[in-house]
Ligand binder design. Structure first.
Ligand code: F6R
Length: 261
């Protein structure tokens, strides 16, 4: 996995946006896998700016969100339907019929999960999968012990993740305990994975995922087997990496075209 250590979350988000924009410019019908949560906000903001100022065109792009809470109305402000619209999709020109988000209100959840996988396949697979990482090492909502071959399915959140996400909910509605998430196998099928991580709170998950053994106890460690995965992190998230100075030196000495400047 390529590890890129940026000065701060702002420059990391911008670099990630440039990588996504390159994919969209090369392939206007690209399929993007979208994450929610705090981490990709700068990336989405930068893509919105590129859409406004540089006419970055999303009119043929298809999107698939990673996950959604089960049983939460889509209009709830903490639903990932709301989140991705407010923070990204309402500001660019992805056609509504090309936007896909797991249906956490489906009567038949296993059928909805099978349909989601079929829709990803029918779209030609995901070109670039944007990922955050949980403090427990999850990607999507694949919590520790998830099968590294898993596909889209219902999962139960850990208490740690529910605690971490409580900041998005007010007191009236607690964090749901169940979610639909695309699987680790689904993520591994993406042609490129971009994992972002910022802040000291992610440092332990980052070192385990990048430099530890591949294990279902750290779901993000599966990305070590991915042929085209990049981790873009800030200094605080990188501060436990054994090879941090090697990653920094390597990136600084790349030709500019490889640095996506
Ligand atoms: C969100 C998702 C999660 C988050 C992770 C980090 O769609 O799938 O894996 O990326 O929980 O969340 P933040 O970015 O809020 O720290």
């Amino acid at each position: 996995m390529e590890v890129i250590i940026c000065d701060d979350a702002g420059s990391a988000g911008l670099l990630a946006a440039r990588l996504v924009a390159e994919v969209v410019r090369d392939k206007p019908g690209a399929v993007l896998g979208l994450a929610t949560g705090s981490t990709p906000l700068g990336l989405y903001q930068a893509l919105i700016e590129m859409h406004r100022r540089e006419a970055l065109d999303f009119s043929r792009v298809t999107t698939f969100n990673l996950d959604e809470y089960v049983g939460l109305p889509v209009e709830h402000p903490a639903s990932y339907h709301s989140f991705i619209r407010i923070n990204f999709l309402d500001h660019v020109n992805v056609p509504p019929e090309r936007i896909h988000i797991p249906d956490g209100l489906a009567d038949d959840i296993p059928a909805a999960c099978r349909r989601y996988e079929a829709e990803i396949a029918a779209a030609g697979g995901i070109d670039v999968q944007i990922l955050g990482i949980g403090a427990d090492g999850h990607i999507g909502f694949n919590e520790p012990s998830s099968s590294l071959a898993s596909r889209t399915r219902i999962k139960t959140l850990t208490e740690e993740t529910r605690g971490d996400n409580a900041r998005f909910f007010d007191g009236a509605v607690g964090v749901p305990s169940h979610v639909i998430t695309i699987g680790i196998g689904t993520i591994m099928d993406a042609r490129m994975c971009l994992l972002l991580a910022f802040g000291e709170g992610k440092a332990e998950a980052v070192v385990k995922a990048m430099e530890g053994p591949v294990t279902s106890m750290v779901p993000a460690s599966a990305l070590q087997f991915h042929p085209n995965a990049k981790a873009i992190v800030d200094g605080a998230a990188a501060n436990r990496l054994q090879l941090a100075s090697y990653y920094r030196w390597t990136y600084e000495h790349k030709p500019s075209w490889q640095r996506h400047e």
